[in-house]
Design a protein around this ligand. Structure first.
Ligand SMILES: C[S@@+](CC[C@H](N)C(=O)[O-])C[C@H]1O[C@@H](n2cnc3c(N)ncnc32)[C@H](O)[C@@H]1O
Length: 186
């Protein structure tokens, strides 16, 4: 499904600093707005699956971590992760490290198969790195090919997060109460 070199390149983007941990917006958005009982998959969790651990500390009971290639560690990531379907899948800083449009599409195809009927997929597309040089609208257009409903979460300080779902039934507007956070915590 993926080329070896592409997996290796994506693997190298995993790190444990900067926009990881409490500064990462997408896992915070999940933490602050979602039900702790949901089945959740941290897709492309990174070598140490820091956000899976963070959510578990906040009493999210059903969080699974998934990685591929050399970043997969069976003591951290779940070998069976792709055999189940989830209420919520999130991919933090994952789409922007896809090495080709073909790889991006294979990833989205895989994620869409991991959502249950009511399932939602949260993803972001940070400015850097952007191996494919895609604009946000282009990412959104591609997402729309894989998910019936794609909504950009409007946040005044970024707006680079989407909520995608299989259901086209209108839902309650998403309650956004995420505030920007700076590295010194102010
Ligand atoms: C920049 S890191 C982000 C890690 C973590 N999600 C975070 O926010 O800190 C991107 C990770 O996504 C993983 N990744 C990219 N595409 C993937 C795929 N199709 N399946 C599984 N993991 C993937 C890479 O191996 C890498 O560890």
């Amino acid at each position: 499904m993926y080329k070896k070199g592409e997996i290796e390149a994506a693997n190298k983007t995993s790190r444990a600093t900067k926009s990881v941990g409490k500064f990462a917006l997408l896992p915070r958005l999940v933490r602050e707005n979602e039900d702790k009982e949901l089945t959740i998959l941290d897709y492309g969790a990174g070598k140490e699956a820091i956000h899976t651990e963070m959510l578990r500390r906040y009493k999210f009971h059903n969080v699974t971590a998934w990685e591929f290639g050399d970043n997969f560690d069976s003591s951290i990531h779940d070998t069976e992760a792709l055999t189940r379907q989830y209420d919520l899948v999130f991919a933090s800083n994952v789409l922007n490290v896809q090495q080709s449009e073909k790889m991006l599409r294979a990833t989205l195809e895989q994620v869409s198969s991991l959502l249950n009927l009511k399932g939602r997929f949260f993803c972001n597309f940070p400015k850097e790195p952007n191996h494919l040089g895609l604009f946000l609208d282009e990412v959104e257009n591609i997402l729309q090919e894989y998910f019936p409903k794609v909504e950009r979460i409007k946040r005044k300080y970024s707006g680079r997060i989407w909520m995608c779902s299989n259901s086209t039934i209108p839902g309650i507007p998403y309650p956004i109460n995420v505030m920007p956070m700076t590295p010194n915590g102010s």
